[in-house]
Design a protein around this ligand. Structure first.
Ligand code: GLV
Ligand code: MN
Ligand code: MN
Ligand code: MN
Length: 407
């Protein structure tokens, strides 16, 4: 985009102020935006209003909870350029992870239209559903359903922590794979707040993603024997909390040894009483590594150490894989196009965070653009991005869109 009076910065701050209060917890300052729940519904209605006011021809749900705004008639051929991200958050997450990509996509399209540019390829903006998996446990739920990576019957039966099924939350069974819709997309680009410190350290407002580390989620079910905390001799206990605690330390050690990442960030205890030895502990292992072999070795290392400890504690352990996202390398052609339209020397970085772009990348040429995060923190209320950097992100996304789709 040439230097011009298009007020991207003003547009950005206005739209951002409109969505900032939606789903925000005043106590922590973080967001409670879960898939198919009211704050996300409100964001989706807002999305529809903004897209239509900007001249979108249709805003159509895909039957899997994803919403696509097409600027011009929905495409027939396979060359559409789709931009977007997700609205949902982790519990008490930041406001940028996801929504920044949708707002930037809306504004990149708006900027080119305000310049009077004609699109020679169909252009759309997508809001994906339940990317974080915070409500139903499966990350990238909407994009996995759309691409056929998740079976709609299995998805329909997933339940949230209140026992509400996905089918109930959606008001019907998801549609599942939509090959005809996927077949219309020739490129997908997701802009995202950076979830680390690389761009801060490099002094760069934006960077291009090279790929995504393979990663997954494993449920660890530890079982023992509930008993009285006061009267049970230490030698007579079968305490699954001990096995669990050892496993948390083992996961940390195994990950450090391999230059990988392992986290146990969610745990449930039964009966969860101060004066009872627990009967059960359920924890979730999130593991990520630069390559598949390292990831497999990491998870196997944690499993073996935990199982050995369970034998010694007289407890049991069951490990269930809940999701796995393979290594992603983004499209070489799109990464090159990004590097051409961005300033000389733009950083190209891998990430260990999951994204809908990673799911789409198996099916269509896909790329990602990161915007600097001054705190380097994400999945926390401390996540941040400056308005100037966000406006720069919009301009760079518009530059790429112009290169790909404008006349
Ligand atoms: C999603 O943000 C993830 O990588 O967990
Ligand atoms: Mn996230
Ligand atoms: Mn995200
Ligand atoms: Mn994510």
């Amino acid at each position: 985009m040439s230097p011009n009076p298009i007020p991207v910065h003003t547009w950005f701050t206005r739209l951002w102020a409109e969505i900032a209060p939606i789903g925000r917890d005043p106590g922590t300052g973080g967001y409670l935006r879960y898939g198919f729940a009211e704050p996300v519904r409100e964001l989706e209605r807002w999305f529809q209003r903004v897209a239509e006011a900007d001249g979108a021809h249709t805003v159509e749900p895909d039957g899997n909870g994803n919403l696509v705004a097409w600027y011009g008639p929905p495409p027939e051929r396979g060359d559409a350029v789709l931009l977007g991200s997700h609205f949902d958050s982790v519990p008490h997450g930041g406001g940028y992870d996801g929504p920044l990509g949708i707002v930037s996509a809306l504004l990149a399209v708006r900027a080119l239209r305000a310049e009077g540019r004609e699109f020679r390829r169909p252009v759309g903006v997508v809001a994906f559903a339940e990317e974080e998996g915070s409500r139903f446990g499966v990350p990238c739920l909407g994009s996995r359903l759309l691409t056929g990576a998740l079976d709609p019957e299995r998805a329909a039966a997933l339940t949230d922590r209140q026992g509400v099924s996905l089918a109930e939350a959606m008001g019907g069974r998801p549609a599942g794979a939509r090959p005809e819709l996927l077949g219309r997309i020739g490129a997908f680009v997701e802009l995202h707040v950076e979830q680390g410190r690389a761009l801060v350290d490099l002094g760069a407002p934006v960077g291009v993603a090279s790929g995504i580390w393979p990663h997954g989620r494993w449920r660890l079910d530890f079982a023992g024997e509930a008993n009285h905390a006061g009267t049970t001799r230490m030698a007579d206990r079968h305490d699954p909390m001990l096995t669990y605690a050892f496993t948390v330390l083992a996961a940390n050690k195994e990950a450090r040894l391999r230059g990988a990442h392992a986290t146990i960030g969610r745990v449930e205890v039964e009966p969860n009483a101060t004066n009872a030895i627990p009967a059960r502990v359920r924890g979730w292992l999130d593991a990520r590594a630069a390559d598949t072999g390292t990831l497999e070795a990491l998870v196997e290392g944690v499993r073996a150490k935990a199982a050995d400890r369970a034998t010694r504690d007289g407890t049991t352990l069951e490990v269930t894989r809940e999701s796995l996202s393979p290594l992603v390398e983004f499209d070489g052609g799109l990464v090159k196009a990004f590097r051409q339209v961005l300033a000389e020397g733009v950083p190209v970085l891998p990430t260990a965070a999951g994204h809908d772009a990673g799911i789409l990348a198996e099916h269509v040429p896909t790329a990602m653009l990161f915007v600097r995060n001054p705190t380097g923190v994400s999945h926390s209320p401390a996540e941040a991005a400056g308005d100037d950097d966000c406006a720069e992100g919009v301009r760079r996304l518009a530059d790429l869109l112009a290169q790909l789709a404008a006349g």
